[in-house]
Write a protein that binds this ligand. Sequence first.
Ligand SMILES: [Zn+2]
Length: 367
Amino acid sequence: MKWVYTIGRIRGTDVKLHLTFVLFLVWWAVGGYQEAGAAGAVAAAVWLLAVFACILLHEFGHISMARRFGVRTPDVILLPIGGVARLERIPEEPRQELLIALAGPAVTAAIALILYALIRLSGDDAGLGDLSPGRPFLALLMNVNVYLLLFNLIPAFPMDGGRVLRALLASRMGLVRGTRVAASLGQMLAALGGLCAVTTERHLAVLVEFFVFLGASAEAEAVETRAAGGGLQVSQMMVTEFRTIPIYATLADAVELLLSGEQREFPVVDNQGRIEGLLTRDNLIRGLSRSGPSATVSDAMTQNVPVVAPTLGFQDALDRLRSSRLPALPVVDPSGGLIGLLTSDNITDLLLVQRARPDGAVRRPRS
Ligand SMILES: [Zn+2]
């Protein structure tokens, strides 16, 4: 089941739809159908698509500004709650982040102003703030953009206002502390907003505040992880004391090895010590129940395991470990020799230690 579908590519950025957005669109059109038949369904769908076109333009405001500072955006995803442009990185310079964060709301403000001018030129009343159904299409669209603008400027992650606040704080206290303060403030706002929404029984708002709360902690987490790991390379992150298992060993041997210590993933090697695969605890349990203890390790192991170089940087190593969906990856030097294991448990421990000592005094020397 695919959740995300690419519908196009604009200047190097993939435009993607999340499946829930498509379901939302269908649900919206069905609502229109129930009110006014087929014409109502079309009108509802066109309306929602117009709103999301405005959101997409907003995201491309961020994306174009980011490109000016050399930050690429591989994709932008449309969700029922809005759009998310996934920037490759946050610029180190707070002033650049500030401008990137402001560029989206600037586009939304421009759309609202243009629509306002069009409405006034045609002699209609814009009815600022009026979202009641039955208002003319352009007036409704203008007001949606006004609310989008206000909503986005709330100073909480993942809204743009949160990023503006973070950039302002970061220019004084650094990225990590600035993010921490901005995230806490965002969570406080989300909790307050959630409480208001619960007491007034606005269920959709409760959900939105919940996402804001999660967004704040995810942002803080990502920034702290990157800061804690910044400048590290694999040779400083890997486990160097570990045991391997020969490819011809039996699963009974592997069980003995597993139970004799803390290690749960074993690099599988051939006679020359070259890496052939990885035997995880799950592999072992599955192999045992399928073929019994006399089967060999080669039948149960994960093959074609990606290996990492000891000189690979922290973020790349983390990305590769995550995308492999394995608990560990072998570290192999240029001559093909196995010199370490990169495990998620070890990285977690390392990050905890690094965060406790932000001066980096516990960093292991590069080998
Ligand atoms: Zn934005």
